[in-house]
Structures are given as C-alpha cells and as structure tokens.
Design a protein around this ligand. Sequence first.
Ligand SMILES: [Zn+2]
Ligand SMILES: [Zn+2]
Length: 396
Amino acid sequence: MGFFADFHIHSRYSRGTSPALELPELERWAGIKGLGVVGSGDFTHPLWFRSLKDSLSETAPGLYSLGKNKPTVHFILSSEISLIYKQGGRVRKVHLLLLAPSLAAVEKINAALGRRYNLNADGRPILGISAREISAEILAIDDQVLIVPAHIWTPWFSLLGSRSGFDSLEECFAEVTPFIHAVETGLSADPPMLARVGSLQRYTVLSNSDAHSAANLGREANEFACPLAYAAIARAIRENTIVRTIEFFPEQGKYHHDGHRLCGVSLAPEETRALGGICPVCGKPLTLGVLYRAGELADREAESRVPFTYQVPLRQILSQVLQCGETSQKVSRRYFSLIERLGPEFTILQDTPIPALAAEDERLAAAIRAMRENRVRRQPGYDGVYGRITLETEDR
Ligand SMILES: [Zn+2]
Ligand SMILES: [Zn+2]
C-alpha cells in the first residue's frame, strides 16, 4: 500500500504563517488532500515541540498521530533551519530540512541548539553556523536524522541559489557530503532541471509543499511504496526507491524566471544573458531565477530518471472552471462537495476516471484531463511573483 508524504511544512510559530496552523488543522487538511504522512514542521520551536509531545502518540515506528485508533494521517518529525554564515569570503544563506526518527532525538537536537541559539524567535530558526558543521553535529547526536538541502535552486536562502549559495553540495558539505542523500526541488524547479547537473545525480529528489497555510499542504509531495515507518521512509530516501514526486509546473513557482518585481520586469534566461544580467528599468542586477541558475550549473543533456507527475491544485482548477477567485465561497463550496463525494484531492486529480468526473461537471473533467496530459499555458513566475498556469481545455 503506497502513500503520499509531504515533509516540509511550517507551524503557526514560523514567520508569515497562518495562526490556525495547529496539529488538528494539519491533520484535517492532510486527510482532505490524501497525504498519509505529513511533516510536523518546526520541531526546534520550544512551544511547538511541547504541543507535539503533549498531543502526539507513536502509532507506527517513528511516526506519530493525534488519535490512537487506526489513524489515516501520520506525522513525521520535521523542521527547517536557516543558516547564515561566511565561507570563502562570501555570505552564504542555506536552508536545510531535517527529518528526525523520534521525539527523543528531537529533544537532544533541541537541547544542543538551544544552548547557543534562540529557538523561540522563529519556527524556522536562524543559526550562525555552517551547513557542514551543523550537519556533522546533528548526525553525531543521531545518525538516523535525514538532512535535506531545501528548495535547492531558489535565489535566496538555498544551497545552489544564485545570490548566496554554492556551486555544488561538495563545496558546501565537504567531508559530510556522503551523509547527504536527497535534495528538495522547490516549487520553481522540476526533476528534468536537476537531470542536467551531473553532480546531482546521486541524490534522491524530494518535492514538498513548504506550506505556510494548511490549504497548501501537498501542493508538491512524494509517493512511497514502503511500510509506514520512519526507518522504511528513510531507507527509501537513502536508496532512491521513491515511486514518484508530485510537482508544480515549475513556471508556477515564484522564482522560475529572472526579473525585478518592483520594475515589472520578467525575463527568460536568454533575455537576461543578452542584457548582461542588468535590469533594463532600474539598471541594477536582476534576481536570477531557478531556470537561469540550473542553466549555469548544467553540464549535460539528459532525461530525468526520476518519475514525476505534474499537478495543479484542485482549487486552482475550479477557479478556472468556475471563473471566480481561488479563495471565493463558490470555489470553496464546490471543492468540499467534490471531496465529500469523490474522495481526497490527490485521488480526484490523479485517479478518478474522466467519465466519473464528467458526471460531476463536464468542464471540470476537461480541465483535469488537460492537466493529466500536461496541456497547459505557462506564464512563468519571477522575483517573488507566482507564475500562472492555465489549463488548455477545448472550449478556450
Ligand atoms: Zn526555506
Ligand atoms: Zn529593476
């Protein structure tokens, strides 16, 4: 029995998140989406960690749930740390996703970090230590912890980012590199972009939502075919036996193309290169997006060996079909009535036969078929502005 997992999420204690992000809300939305495993997020935050300890019980080895009776949603202990430090004469800003095997392991990690850093300030704490040092330290505390460079290409705060990253994992992690097994694509990137960089080929590709609100859970995810247990999930990640990832169309992410949000300038990499990387409006260096950065680091032409499926969130599809806002009452009512009758969002998007969808709504069926066949128009995101994906249904 397979399941979908979304490891990278945040709690109400992270900046810029919804105050409603409590455990029952996360569990409820994970169920609506069809996730079997969801990250706890923010385990380094003392108040959030207390609510994890108080509310969760271990219902599968290394996985936790709110209820004890046959839970359908399991939590895996996860957190993101933000590292800001100098290396090689440059400031580096790297985000790492951590997955931990037990509350006891988290307790030890938090104790070690809490002695030197203020973990209360943010659910995603800022630590002035290198990725190499903190990874070695955490793995010495518990070698079952998984350390995953988060959204590896985004311009700010990522390991390979254009602004403050590195050119390779080896440059960042040095002797710790062999203990890193996976990288996270981020919303603006997809597996084919990673396939073009030879040095990334030994890493498992993970995709996660990085959700700051519960309704965004699962907008990217990973499918597993292993037993429901931390050790089995960790082994599948180490040995690269994940079934597939669920991906945003990368153009929809906020950093796919290059540009300046305030100048209203959005450019494809070849246009950026023709301009020497300088904004034609303000004359300052452009924010170089993920596609540009992937092109810079690319050293081969290759097909992705990672199975993946593009997916557009159901509320976004309904917004196009019903011609009204994604957060409107109309979309919301339709969304929940579909979930009630057809099952979780992942089932509707991936599995429900088109005729069954057509029995609900012809136009919805046409839109979901377009998504499944990758027939979309893409307006790429840039410099923090989300892109737009429009499904090419026959009637448009
Ligand atoms: Zn991050
Ligand atoms: Zn500009």
